[in-house]
Design a binder for this molecule. Structure first.
Ligand SMILES: [Zn+2]
Length: 71
């Protein structure tokens, strides 16, 4: 598994790049290193629609508690 600090050299254009930040492909020609797993930042793995819904639900609960406390 390649992390954020791992460099790979593209054999096509001799470019050193970090696959972690380029979705595993060379930014110039699109070459992908074979048989290596490239990690991805957690911001890419997270499903933002689910995260936004969870935050919405959490805020609704907080607002309901605030209203019942105020009564
Ligand atoms: Zn390349």
């Amino acid at each position: 598994m390649l992390g954020a600090d791992d460099l790979v050299r593209c054999p096509v254009d001799e470019l050193d790049f970090r696959p972690y930040f380029t979705d595993g492909a060379c930014p110039l020609c699109g070459w992908r290193p074979d048989d290596v797993q490239v990690g991805s930042p957690w911001t890419h793995r997270l499903d933002w629609a689910v995260a936004a819904f969870a935050i919405l639900v959490a805020m609704s609960v907080v607002m309901a508690i605030v209203v019942f406390v105020a009564l």
